[in-house]
Design a protein around this ligand. Structure first.
Ligand code: AMP
Ligand code: GLY
Length: 426
């Protein structure tokens, strides 16, 4: 099995692969000690150097590949692997556009009248952009069309306050990229729905919620994600009927509409929704496991992961994949200043003996008991229990096993936070 990527998500993928009988050949830019320990062979390389990765996979006669990070999905690696006879449980360059082009995503939803779309317009012309913003009276969101590592989106009321400020940012994006997307701003509780698909059949995973803001209380800059939760019933405490069913059918509709246009999506689809008073609405669709939410679901996956990936590539995915009925809470250990001015330092890690608690290694290099952080997320501590809040407490109790100067959000999964979200849900 070829695994590309070296973050916390890829550590979780790597563990699920080895647990289910795969021999892993991994490629990543960092020297992730957990992935390296489990890999039969590891190559340290730029992850977007697809020629090099292709050569490695072909020379080792690998049977299957999975790609973790979005920037790699934006290269021809998946297509070239297929052409070389190696199936890939991640989408082609063209199918990955569901994530790599927000314009493609919004237009696909529109062409097929799929529920949950937002009012949106893409601009390629400064005058039209200015004219539109001066006449649009609702709060709006400015988005670059392509990948920005979760940091390019600006929301009125959060990141800017007046239309003029929003226009300034939109104009910058337009000048740099040649295009910019303006969307209506919606309000509600966000949730993530990941699903396996072979392009035809869709098997949903438990719902998850990701905490993108850097600081406790959901304030501060947006990050790649500071932590995440899943619940024992595979929904979330603040999700009201029929949000879950509608969200699942929207993802199936997206998969079906791509197939009908000859742009088969094989791999993991990860849709970000907002639960609103008019049902779930789509914030974004991604072409891979979420990080961190992918770690929550891979930790509780009951079925054989290797077999699921083979079935994704040969079109025989079952409609149901089994996950254990437990709640999980995950908190990311990050450098102090993460999200603005990170100060990476060394961490020492003592083994955790409680089987309900696990540490996944993310953007670090080093050994299992001592790592150097990068400017990004370092270690994911995840616990499972009957409830999200007890899992959160278990994480807190075990943070003392990690020593060094770091930052972590303590509020994720706490009873108070969950209660507030239930009260606030539309
Ligand atoms: P994204 O990078 O698209 O996931 O956006 C980052 C964050 O911006 C999301 O998690 C939302 O909290 C927020 N956001 C994105 N689009 C919208 C929208 N149309 N309305 C309100 N908030 C949004
Ligand atoms: N959870 C955020 C992301 O994976 O994009």
């Amino acid at each position: 099995m070829l695994l590309v990527g070296g973050g916390g998500r890829e550590d979780a993928i790597c563990r699920a692969l080895t647990r289910s009988g795969s021999e892993v050949f991994s490629v990543s830019k960092n020297q992730n000690p957990s992935i390296m320990r489990l890999s039969k062979e590891h190559v340290t390389s730029e992850e977007t150097d697809y020629e090099k990765i292709l050569k490695f996979a072909v020379e080792r006669h690998l049977d299957l590949a999975i790609i973790g990070p979005d920037p790699v999905l934006n290269t021809p690696l998946a297509d070239r692997l297929w052409q070389s006879g190696i199936p890939v449980a991640s989408p082609s360059l063209s199918a990955a556009r569901i994530e790599t082009s927000k314009e493609y995503m919004r237009n696909l939803l529109q062409r097929h009248s799929i529920r949950g779309n937002l009012f949106n317009r893409t601009f390629t012309n400064m005058e039209e952009l200015e004219k539109f913003i001066s006449s649009y009276s609702e709060p709006f969101v400015v988005k670059p069309i392509g990948l920005t590592g979760g940091k390019g989106v600006r929301v009125m009321g959060d990141h800017f306050s007046t239309p003029a400020e929003g226009l300034r940012y939109a104009a910058d994006v337009l000048r740099n990229d040649g295009r910019v997307l303006i969307e209506e701003k919606i309000r509600g509780e966000e949730f993530s729905l990941q699903a396996f698909t072979d392009g035809d059949h869709v098997a949903p995973m438990p719902l998850a919620q990701d905490y993108k803001r850097a600081y406790d209380g959901d304030i501060g800059p947006n990050t790649g994600g500071m932590g995440s939760i899943t619940d024992s019933d595979h929904s979330l405490p603040f999700i009201r009927s029929p949000t879950l069913e509608t969200a699942r059918s929207i993802v199936s509709d997206v998969v079906r509409s791509m197939k009908s246009e000859g742009n088969l999506f094989r791999g993991i689809m990860y849709a970000q929704f907002m639960q609103t008073s008019t049902g779930p609405r789509i914030i974004e669709i991604n072409a891979r496991f979420a990080d961190p939410e992918g770690i929550n679901v891979l930790t509780t996956l009951n079925d054989n992961f290797t077999e699921i990936l083979f079935r994704i590539t040969d079109g025989t995915l079952p409609q149901f994949v089994d996950f254990r009925d437990v709640a999980t809470t995950l908190k990311y250990i990050v450098p102090v200043g993460y999200g603005s001015k990170p100060e990476p330092e060394k961490l020492t890690i003592e083994e955790i003996r409680d089987p309900r608690v696990r540490i996944y290694y993310a953007s670090v290099s080093g050994t299992m008991d001592s790592v150097m952080m990068s400017s990004s997320r370092a270690l994911a501590v995840i616990a499972e229990s009957d409830t999200i809040s007890h899992a959160s407490e278990l994480v807190e109790q075990n943070l003392s096993h990690i020593r060094g100067r770091y930052y972590v959000r303590h509020d994720i999964g706490s009873e108070e936070m969950i209660r507030k979200k239930i009260m606030g849900a539309p």
